[in-house]
Design a protein around this ligand. Structure first.
Ligand SMILES: [Zn+2]
Length: 208
């Protein structure tokens, strides 16, 4: 991408949108009503809206390194609360991806400075699933599996929040875990049993 072409590209994009509908930007300016909160990785290859075929206004998006949902991260928690309590989304997706640099870094022992506390949360996922992961001898398979388990654990972290629990009770909000395969372009639904996890963890994490 040539940074000098950005504004030129923008003009073409506006033209294309206006060809679709001459009121396109009038409508866009009226507000947003997304039904989905997408939490994904910052990786430049994972083009959130593109890969879902979503249009502007349809998806509320949060991205960080390795699609983490960390309870003391004011950023992700503000996004979750705003999307659930104010935008009233009915679905939250945590979307990981194979070949994730963040997950890879967490599997290695290099000291990455400021990134250490962030990656430690992925190492915690490894620790929770150590037995399963250590039994996988193929490094690539182990790496892929950690990507999937990380998505699962971040879904669990969402279920621990009061906003998600309340929205589930009030309107049946659902949490989904997906993985994007950068090698094929395929989006994979991990079919996370949201209700089962909810029941399992409520004993300890229930909030009114
Ligand atoms: Zn990534």
């Amino acid at each position: 991408m040539d940074i000098n072409k950005v504004f030129e590209n923008n003009k073409t994009w506006i033209q294309n949108k206006l060809e679709e509908s001459e009121n396109y930007f009038e409508e866009l300016g009226k507000g947003q009503n997304p039904d989905l909160l997408y939490i994904g990785c910052s990786d430049s290859r994972v083009a959130a809206e593109d890969l879902m075929g979503a249009q502007p206004g349809e998806v509320f998006v949060h991205r960080n390194i390795a699609n983490m949902v960390i309870s003391i991260d004011l950023n992700v928690m503000s996004v979750v609360n705003y999307a659930v309590d104010h935008l009233k989304v009915n679905h939250i997706v945590v979307c990981g991806h194979y070949a994730c640099g963040g997950v890879k870094a967490a599997m290695q022992s290099a000291d990455l400075g400021i990134l250490n506390p962030w990656l430690r949360n992925i190492r915690d996922v490894y620790r929770i699933h150590k037995e399963e992961l250590n039994a996988i001898t193929d490094e690539d398979k182990k790496y892929n599996r950690l990507v999937e388990l990380n998505v699962k654990e971040q879904c669990v972290n969402l279920i621990k929040t009061a906003a998600v629990q309340r929205a589930y009770r009030d309107r049946g909000l659902k949490v989904h875990g997906w993985v994007f395969d950068v090698h094929t372009g395929k989006l994979i639904d991990l079919k996370i049993d949201f209700i089962k996890y909810l029941k399992n963890i409520m004993e300890i994490y229930h909030l009114d």
